[in-house]
Write a protein that binds this ligand. Sequence first.
Ligand code: NI
Length: 170
Amino acid sequence: MAILRITKHGEPILKKVSVPLAYEALRPDLPRLLKDMWTTMYAVKGVGLAAPQVGLNLRLSVVDARPEGKAQRLVLINPEIVAGEGVMFEEEGCLSLPGVFARIKRYARVRIRALDARGRPFEMEGAGLLARAFQHEVDHLDGKLFIDHLSFAEKLKVLSLIKDLRRDWT
Ligand code: NI
């Protein structure tokens, strides 16, 4: 069990489109990797963590939005948003942008399709925080951070804030 270093805004891997995870090829390494990702995510009280955030170019994320305060561990392998409806406009943050928060527009409800930790396909609907986490995680796998949803003017403001914050990032 290890706490992995989380990559930060400005590191090239966060801008890359991650490659699909070949489940059978990775199966022997997956339990260990997932354990480390959970440990890392819970250590910093995150809601989700994507493989590029631990330096791996793979379409894999873990999410725990803790519905009703209880753990709900979701492993998303090769996830896709297959449907979205409604709009929410809520404050979002990201473990790769510590100290940065901004309100962005997301679907209020989404349906996601992915493989689970055992390689079995599943579909699931999410609303609220879970819907946001699904969209945020798929964005990571497409090389996008939440600030990429901001207008040009808002993004400029955030980028100047990041310049100051970056000194404290590890
Ligand atoms: Ni994030």
